[in-house]
Design a binder for this molecule. Structure first.
Ligand SMILES: CC1(C)CN(C2CCCC2)C(=O)N1c1ccccc1/C=C/C(=O)NO
Ligand SMILES: [Zn+2]
Length: 415
């Protein structure tokens, strides 16, 4: 049976919502599948870390994540692959030319003041600070996600991870929410060169609006985002009734939650939606954004999740044995983000980790208990069982309509 939804995990009150999901037993192909033996691809270079470390709001986060992964000895279980920079042509596959021109100009421009007013129109203000390194940083983090996608497409591995990617808010012609270039959209467009249907899953506490917007009219990319949805909370989109437009109607899925969401309700809800989505969409590749700002103790102070929630959701998806791209995103308590993403990296490697943080350069940041795990805390949970049930039922009904409509579609084409 499947991890997250077996009896021990679910509370009786959610039981009717969480049918015992028996995933198909591991297919014989998977057992003999060569990819299964291949080590996960881990995109890394000292320059990538250094450029991410230098970004305000997540100072030194990239180093903390990488050195904790290294301290647990996980690098030996992965294929470490250096990133490349995204080419202008690749960026223009999604972004507007004038926006990319402006970003690259910043790289060359010295007096940033002169560009003040123009910066505004491109969203380059308070939450997306500009400095002359922004373009190089954005090109490299995007190239890292593109390189990861390429590794999947050439069969180098079945799983590839870029913890410096996951910038889901960037729009075609503007920066937003600290995201400059949408590496996720570029990576999905790259995967679409080989895979007909790609499923995108966004676990960040914020709605993955930039990715949803890019593919809202598409029947080839299904986007699923679970996030806090509450008046005044950024970006404000991602309601239950936001399901896609035109022929893409039904291929956008939103799971809007209130603050205080905890592992025990997050996991069954997300996994049941994922299970149904796979049933109706049958994706050939998967992209999962694992923004860790939903963790208990994050300055975002929104959900009360622990790394277990992210682990269970990722494990659920990994058993599908699809080419899978794993990305980072938000996460503003750097030690906790490192705890979470190291846990997820260990899952990709099939390794268990000691709960005691090993000694390493940033060891002191993990005090006073130097524990790998994070406790959920006890902030008020605003999500009622009725609301969760309604959200679940609405989404399952919406997805079921797809099943019937796509079969009608087939009948039409056959007739
Ligand atoms: C500027 C940062 C990104 C940082 N931050 C906090 C964290 C801790 C101290 C400030 C924010 O609220 N931000 C934002 C500001 C405006 C709009 C969006 C965000 C965050 C987006 C996000 O995480 N998406 O996944
Ligand atoms: Zn976020």
């Amino acid at each position: 049976s499947v991890g997250p939804c077996n009896a021990s995990q679910q509370r009786e009150d959610l039981s009717e919502l969480c049918p015992r999901i028996r995933d198909t037993t591991v297919s014989s192909k998977a057992q003999s599948d060569p990819d299964k033996q291949k080590k996960p691809v881990y995109i890394y270079s000292p320059e990538l870390i250094q450029r991410c470390d230098a970004m305000p709001k997540i100072i030194n986060r990239a180093s903390k994540v990488h050195t904790l992964i290294q301290a647990y000895g996980l690098l030996n279980s992965m294929q470490v692959v250096p990133p490349r920079s995204a080419t202008t042509e690749e960026m223009l596959g999604f972004h507007a030319e004038d926006y990319i021109q402006f970003l690259s100009l910043l790289g060359r421009q010295t007096d940033e003041e002169k560009l003040e007013e123009e910066s505004e129109q491109y969203g380059l203000t308070y939450d997306c600070p500009i400095n002359r390194h922004v373009y190089t940083y954005a090109a490299l983090t995007s190239g890292a996600s593109l390189r990861a996608a390429e590794c999947l497409m050439e069969g180098r591995s079945q799983v590839a991870v870029n913890w410096c990617g996951g910038w889901h808010h960037a729009k075609r012609d503007m920066a937003s929410g600290f995201c400059y270039i949408n590496d996720i959209v570029l990576a999905i467009l790259k995967l679409r060169e080989k895979y007909d249907r790609v499923l995108y899953v966004d676990l960040d506490v914020h709605h993955g609006d930039g990715v949803e917007e890019a593919f809202c009219a598409s029947t080839r990319v299904m986007t699923i985002s679970v996030h806090k949805y509450s008046p005044g909370f950024f970006p404000g989109s991602g309601g239950l009734d936001s399901i896609g437009v035109g022929k893409g109607r039904g291929y956008t899925v939103n799971i809007p939650l209130l603050e205080g969401a905890r592992d025990e309700e997050f996991v069954p809800l997300v996994c049941r939606v994922l299970h149904k989505a796979r049933e109706v969409f049958s994706p050939q590749a998967l992209v999962c954004q694992c923004g860790a700002d939903g963790l208990s103790g994050d300055p975002m102070d929104s959900f009360s999740l622990t790394p277990t929630a992210y682990s269970r959701c990722l494990q659920f998806m990994l058993q599908w044995r699809l080419p899978t791209l794993v990305l980072g995103g938000g996460g503003y308590n750097s030690p906790n983000t490192a705890r979470c993403w190291t846990r997820l990296t260990a899952i990709l490697c099939g390794h268990k980790l000691s709960s005691e943080v090993p000694d390493h350069k940033f060891f002191m940041s993990y005090g006073p208990d130097f524990e790998l795990n994070i406790s959920p805390g006890n902030r008020k949970n605003m999500n009622s069982k009725e609301a969760l049930r309604r959200i679940h039922n609405t989404i399952i009904e919406n997805l079921d309509k797809l099943k019937s409509s796509s079969s009608q579609q087939q009948e039409k084409t056959q007739s």
